[in-house]
Design a protein around this ligand. Structure first.
Ligand code: AMP
Ligand code: MG
Length: 420
């Protein structure tokens, strides 16, 4: 009986992928597709065009997982070694396949050039391999079985590799592990640090595994946002869904009100949907974020329904002239202060005729910090028809991170103002 395919390893082959100039994107595509089929990627490696390194990687991968996928190194040049090395590791002889050779020659003939002799290598097939036709290029892929495990050799160029995976590998995986799927839930949190989230979430996800459902968890942190991913692969989709949904519900309850999304929506989406539901429109006044908040709000298609516009009030003169911030408030408290943020939010709200005004003023650095207001000090205010709320926050990181944190915190203050 054929072994089920539940685990995979990906080898991205090519010395160019070890330079600062090229990045391995094939493994991201393959991981996404394999996950959909319920296959867990246990390891991936980027390996240069060196025979010994490549052989070691192939040997190790074959000892670990059900399916090994390599990409790259199937070209015609001397540094393209994948075919030979895999044949060597599996002790298979390589023979030129005349049908493939004729196909490659025909491809060149259509372009009106004779096939260079070096392209013969691309017609070499190890004993017992299945040839995977390449609709987009010269090098066919190869599929081999070794002691019950599969190894697929796919071309490097994404536009050749992707259709080959879809046509030859995905159906095979599906046939070997019918009904197997990976389900994933994402709980998105803002306004908490990674360790705060982990502390609260850890006891929950360690208690989730039951009914044969094993839940894997990952925490992803970006400035201003933490994501907790819960995922589980298997055949019983109902049991998996039940366990994951319970996990999401328990996490949402424990981390509330910092959880803003459990259904894939971004913070911008959630704020937009809430504004739309209320029939409210927003205007923004931005100092240190220079338009990033307006940018994030308007990334959402259809945001013209609730975004009126904004003012980039970087200079104090603009805060005074276009947002009616009293000069005396700036003199007394400084441009980065809660009273100034509050005046900016109220001013932009009034000037634009919006229901809700949001303002950000802060020190993004690297210069401009003081002992009282170090770099990362940001004041954010939200003005609604009833109240103006201002907060001072201190964000870590460089200028980019501080600006990103600031916009996330501002969006989150809008979300919370709308939830009351
Ligand atoms: P090769 O099959 O090794 O000759 O690779 C041909 C081309 O495919 C390379 O020059 C890259 O542009 C591209 N390529 C190879 N491997 C990858 C990868 N892992 N991710 C993205 N592109 C790749
Ligand atoms: Mg290469």
């Amino acid at each position: 009986m054929n072994r089920r395919i539940e685990t995979a390893e990906i080898l991205a082959i090519g010395s160019e992928l070890l330079t600062p100039f090229r990045v391995d994107t094939n493994s991201l595509f393959l991981t996404a597709r394999l996950n959909e089929l319920g296959v867990v990627v246990r390891r991936k490696a980027v390996v240069g065009d060196r025979r010994d390194d490549l052989a070691a990687c192939v040997r190790e991968a074959l000892a670990r997982v059900d399916l090994v996928i390599t990409t790259g190194g199937l070209g015609p040049t001397d540094d393209d070694l994948t075919r030979e090395v895999v044949a060597d590791v599996l002790r298979r002889t390589l023979t030129v396949d005349e049908t493939i050779l004729a196909g490659i020659e025909a491809r060149f003939a259509r372009r009106g050039v004779p096939m260079p002799a070096i392209n013969r290598r691309q017609a070499c097939v190890p004993d017992g391999a299945t040839v995977l036709p390449n609709s987009e290029g010269t090098a066919p892929g190869l599929l081999l079985e070794h002691e019950g495990r599969l190894i697929a050799l796919l071309p490097g160029p994404p536009r050749e590799m992707q259709p080959m995976f879809a046509r030859a590998i995905a159906p095979l995986v599906e046939a070997r592990s019918p009904g197997r799927r990976l389900q994933r839930r994402v709980v998105k949190v803002t306004g908490r640090s990674e360790s705060q989230v982990e502390e609260i979430a850890n006891p929950i996800y360690t208690s989730l595994n039951r009914d044969g459902v094993v839940v894997d968890t990952t925490i992803l942190a970006t400035p201003g946002q933490i994501e907790v991913h819960l995922e589980s692969a298997g055949e019983d989709q109902q049991a998996i869904a039940a366990v994951l949904d319970e996990g999401v519900a328990r996490l949402a309850a424990a981390l509330s009100p910092a959880v803003f999304s459990t259904d894939g929506r971004t913070l911008e989406d959630v704020v937009g949907d809430t504004l739309r539901a209320r029939g409210w429109r927003v205007a923004v006044a931005e100092s240190c974020t220079g338009g990033l908040l307006g940018g994030r709000l308007t990334e959402v298609p259809g945001s013209s329904a609730y975004v009126l516009g904004g003012v980039i009030a970087y200079d104090n003169a603009v805060k005074i002239r276009d947002l009616d911030v009293p000069a005396s408030t700036i003199d007394e408290h400084g441009a980065v202060s809660e009273p100034v943020a509050a005046a900016m939010a109220a001013g932009v709200r009034r000037r634009f005729g919006a229901e809700i005004g949001v303002a950000i003023t802060g020190i993004a650095g690297p210069g401009g910090g003081t002992a009282a207001k170090p770099v990362g000090t940001v004041c954010i205010a939200v003005a609604t028809p009833d109240t103006v709320t201002a907060r001072t926050l201190l964000f870590p990181g460089d200028r980019d991170a501080i600006r990103r944190h600031s916009t996330s915190a501002a969006l989150d203050m809008v979300r919370r103002a709308l939830s009351v």
